[in-house]
Design a protein around this ligand. Structure first.
Ligand SMILES: Nc1ncnc2c1ncn2[C@@H]1O[C@H](COP(=O)(O)OP(=O)(O)OP(=O)(O)O)[C@@H](O)[C@H]1O
Ligand SMILES: [Mg+2]
Length: 231
């Protein structure tokens, strides 16, 4: 579904991705992307979303060259991202935020809204509350819910568990596991053990390069990952 081949990305003169290749297949449940701060994980998601230009290499999305697609067209094709910064509309209600998530759709999103409320009942309880007044955990659910409103085929989640209490982070991983039954999740995570345990495949990004890849199981067992990320 997604094939990233030898991609370089730079911010001005500063190159941050070198020769990155990665694949997301239709039968993948979870594809994990892990690595230290500043490795380029978010940049790679931004490149796939069409939010930063690719300097060299190629990104193929559902059989099309991503370079020819605008960000909203990429969402419409089925690649939807929950960015690290969330970008919720604080002054708008929960329901309005969810409706905004469906802006690229031409069909009726009402059934999807029902599904989102089924996954996150608290969002229905808080439907008329301003998003900015939600708790951290609720805002995170809203961010996922809003992305689901776009009816993704591939849902990319950038460091969703950051700042959440351990119990809430645990519940987030359970939700991700449930979602991965219906769609493919690209999971960027600092909780490397959690992410790789649920991943069909994983990639380790270090200093802008793919340092290791394999099945989640292989990476969890590798000396490189164990010593660098699992203490
Ligand atoms: N808009 C930008 N302009 C210039 N440099 C940037 C920009 N965004 C990111 N960078 C730089 O690109 C590099 C990769 O950043 P990126 O956010 O992709 O890393 P990351 O792996 O997501 O890190 P983290 O785990 O901290 O979120 C970093 O050195 C960062 O400072
Ligand atoms: Mg990041």
């Amino acid at each position: 579904m997604i094939r990233v081949t030898d991609v370089d990305v730079a911010y001005g003169d500063l190159q941050v991705l070198w020769d990155v290749s990665l694949e997301v297949r239709a039968d993948d449940g979870v594809v994990a992307l892990v690595g230290p701060n500043g490795a380029g994980k978010s940049t790679l998601l931004r490149a796939i979303s069409g939010l930063v230009p690719v300097a060299d290499g190629r990104i193929e999305l559902f059989g099309e060259d991503a370079a020819a697609l605008r960000p909203d067209e990429i969402v419409r094709r089925g690649f939807v991202q929950v960015p690290e910064e969330r970008h919720l509309f604080d002054g708008m209600t929960v329901r309005e935020n969810l409706r905004m998530g469906a802006y690229t759709r031409t069909d009726d999103p009402t059934a999807t809204l029902r599904d989102v409320y089924d996954v996150f009942p608290v969002l229905e309880e808080r439907a008329t509350q301003a998003a900015g007044t939600l708790s951290g955990g609720e805002q995170q659910m809203l961010a996922i819910g809003r992305a689901l409103m776009a009816d993704p085929t591939v849902l990319a989640l950038d460091e969703l568990s950051v700042g959440l209490a351990p119990q809430l982070a645990r519940r987030t991983f359970d939700t991700i596991a449930d979602l991965s039954e219906e769609l493919t999740v690209v999971l960027v995570e600092q909780h490397v053990d959690e992410a790789l345990s649920m991943a069909d495949r994983g990639y380790v990004l270090e200093n802008g390069r793919i340092a290791a890849s394999g099945t989640g199981e292989e990476l969890l067992a590798s000396d490189r990952v164990r010593s660098a990320y699992l203490g």
